[in-house]
Ligand binder design. Structure first.
Ligand code: NAD
Ligand code: UDP
Length: 313
């Protein structure tokens, strides 16, 4: 594939900034759009002087026009504490924002990849989760603004593909972590590492037996790039690492690897917190040229600890 002009929405965020870096390194022109709700200029500081990189402030709730070849649509707060702060705005971002970007794709003939989420499976009754599972989401609970927003985004993208022939790709992303998560992001990996490095108690919510499956960011980015290039169409694809850990196991690992003396304490479990989550990645492995996560949890956590040592000093 020759040089492409690629729009990355949410490009100043955690995942988006790694994606921008990868696309620039691959020789593409990257337009990074962000409203800096959770993203930062610092995340893309290394790219600022590159002539193939442009950064501009825009809120995806507002319509826009642009001529690009591809769109990675990531703009949306992803951490529960952030997406629950202003739930109406989260829904608008997920629904109106996705509509606006689908219109850009339709107008200029760009292929668009939608960053969906394992949250479309809610508190899953099927384990591990395959793409065929329809999910178990509370439509009026505290996570609904995000979960239902993303489900609607998938429905919109599928409808644009069916009705208008827009080239859509849908990535259902499972918990991803790594350097450049915000120190106040609120998600579990960054919380535990920052707590351990600052000798504060590690806050395990509930009994800590709930599970998640953690994917290192470089593995996700490789999956994104391959999914965008694949010709399989609009059917959603799970991207994640199938190794499953309980939150107590994760806390213990972080404590060990940081050498922290922090205590592990329990705090109330948030409402509707999914009990377990684990991706079936058969479809991704079959469709994406043998893609499979390559970074073991211990290595990824070590890289993330090294990053946060510089941030929290
Ligand atoms: P993040 O919060 O670091 O990044 C989100 C980015 O979107 C930020 O830069 C933020 O400023 C920007 N943004 C938010 N609302 C916007 C708006 N209205 N207009 C323009 N920009 C806006 O989170 P992340 O982990 O990098 O997530 C990126 C995407 O991946 C999100 O769509 C998220 O739902 C999805 N995702 C992430 C994970 C994960 O574990 N990291 C899991 C599932 C899905
Ligand atoms: N969690 C925790 N302590 C924290 C933050 C989160 O025990 O300080 C738990 C949370 O209750 C959930 C899991 O870790 O069971 C993952 O939470 P996160 O917000 O990272 O992602 P999500 O729930 O959206 O998968």
């Amino acid at each position: 594939m020759g040089r492409q002009r690629i729009l990355v929405t949410g490009g100043a965020g955690f995942v988006g900034s790694h994606l921008c870096e990868r696309l620039v390194a691959d020789g593409h022109e990257v337009v990074c759009l962000d409203n800096f709700f959770t993203g930062t200029h610092a995340n893309v500081a290394k790219l600022r002087d590159n002539p193939r990189f442009e950064l501009f402030r825009h809120d995806v709730q507002e319509a826009l026009t642009m001529e690009v070849d591809q769109i990675f649509h990531l703009a949306c707060p992803a951490s529960p504490i952030h997406y629950q702060r202003n739930p109406v705005r989260t829904i608008r971002t997920a629904v109106e924002g996705t509509l606006n970007l689908l219109d850009v794709a339709r107008e200029c003939g760009a292929r668009i990849l939608i960053a969906s989420t394992s949250e479309v499976y809610g508190d899953p009754a099927q384990h591990p989760q395959t793409e065929a599972y329809w999910g178990n989401v509370n439509p009026i609970g505290p996570r609904a603004c995000y979960d239902e927003g993303k489900r609607c985004a998938e429905a919109l993208a599928t409808s644009y593909a069916d009705q208008y022939g827009v080239e859509v790709r849908i990535a259902r992303i499972f918990n991803t972590y790594g350097p450049r998560m915000h120190e106040n992001d609120g998600r579990v990996v960054s919380n535990f590492i920052v707590q351990a490095l600052t000798e504060k108690p590690l806050t395990v919510f509930g009994d800590g037996k709930q599970t998640r499956s953690f994917c290192y960011v470089s593995d996700l980015i490789e999956g994104f790039v391959r999914l965008m290039a694949s010709e399989h169409g609009a059917a959603p694809v799970n991207l994640g690492n199938p190794r499953e850990s309980s939150m107590l196991e994760l806390a213990t690992l972080v404590k060990q690897m940081t050498g922290s003396k922090s205590a592990i304490v329990h705090a109330p479990l948030p409402k509707d917190d999914p009990a377990r989550r684990n991706p079936d990645i058969t479809r991704a492995q079959e469709l994406l040229g043998g893609w499979t996560p390559a970074v073991p949890l211990e290595k990824g956590i070590a890289e993330t600890i090294a990053y946060f040592r510089n941030v929290v000093g």
